[in-house]
Write a protein that binds this ligand. Structure first.
Ligand code: CO8
Length: 258
């Protein structure tokens, strides 16, 4: 297992657990964190022994944003010319699912990173916000788009314009997170959920992720068509035969990933 500077990576059966590990900066996302995350998730995606990942932080902070100290002195040419943090889009191209397990602060780039994952499980201590306006900037890793799609214009606009944080209960009501669990159980619950996903037929997992994501990029008729084509395609897999036989024979499926 590769060693990284800013994250810890551990395999628990078919689940890869990635933990942001810059406690001194509340897991602020600097360029090294981006490089480490890209390498770790590329390795996860390429490893057939792994079926689902969990991305988490500490009890105090999932991540308190992009690293302000790294950005402070940068000018337009550095940011635009260097496509600062553009690499994060590559995380969203990971084909297998990633669950964000969020406790404490998920602010700015931290909230945006959580929203790049496939869904968010929140501890009851979680706080989400896009406070960039207080620094005279704005979200830059997709927050204005993904937050608005997740919670609607009213809450997203208020949060981006005031920097107000949303607690876990409000985030669940607003549909930003799938579930809220007690902080002490967050990582175990996320790993358990990931293990459930990793126990499904691998091609069906990828197809289900692709079709739900298509809902963000297409109109309804086109999205339904995309779903149906992938659904039809799954009937060309050995695991579809195995899954339906296993149901009829009242036993667990034994997946080949083919
Ligand atoms: N960047 C760098 N360092 C940070 C950050 C950060 N985002 N957040 C916290 N830290 C550091 C603090 O400077 C402090 O370090 P030190 O001990 O050396 O002074 C340490 O972490 C602990 O932080 P605090 O003492 O502030 O802890 P508190 O418990 O008092 O407060 C808060 C916690 C409320 C989370 C507070 O730290 C805070 O407000 N942090 C900043 C939150 C923020 O503004 N985030 C948005 C950053 S901008 C951003 O994310 C832009 C995204 C788009 C970028 C994409 C570009 C293309």
């Amino acid at each position: 297992m590769a060693e990284y500077e800013t994250i810890l990576v551990e395999q628990r059966g078919r689940v890869t657990l990635v933990t942001l590990n810059r406690p001194q900066a509340l897991n602020a996302l600097n360029s090294q964190v981006l490089a480490d995350l890209l390498a770790a998730f590329a390795a996860f995606d390429a490893d057939p022994s792994q079926g689902c990942a969990v991305l988490t932080g500490s009890e105090k902070a999932f991540a308190a944003g992009a690293d302000i100290k790294e950005m402070q002195a940068q000018g337009f040419a550095d940011m635009y010319g260097g496509n600062f943090f553009g690499g994060y889009e590559r995380l969203t191209q990971t084909r297998k699912p990633i669950i964000a397990a969020v406790a404490g602060y998920a602010l700015g780039g931290g909230c945006e990173l959580a929203m790049m994952c496939d869904f968010i499980l929140a501890a009851d201590t979680a706080k989400f916000g896009q406070p960039e306006i207080k620094l005279a900037v704005s979200p830059g890793m997709g927050g204005s788009q993904r937050l608005t799609r997740a919670v609607g214009k009213a809450k997203a606009m208020e949060m981006c314009l005031t920097g107000r944080m949303m607690d876990a209960a409000e985030a669940e009501r607003a549909g930003l997170v799938s579930r809220v669990v007690p902080a002490a159980e967050l990582v175990e619950e996320a790993v358990k959920t990931a293990a459930t996903i990793a126990g499904m037929a691998p091609l069906a997992v990828i197809a289900n992720k692709e079709m739900v994501n298509a809902a963000f990029e297409t109109g309804l008729a086109q999205g339904v068509q995309f779903e149906r084509r992938l659904f039809h395609g799954l009937f060309g897999t050995a695991d579809q035969k195995e899954g339906m036989s296993a149901f009829v024979e009242k036993r667990a499926g034994n997946w080949s990933g083919k």
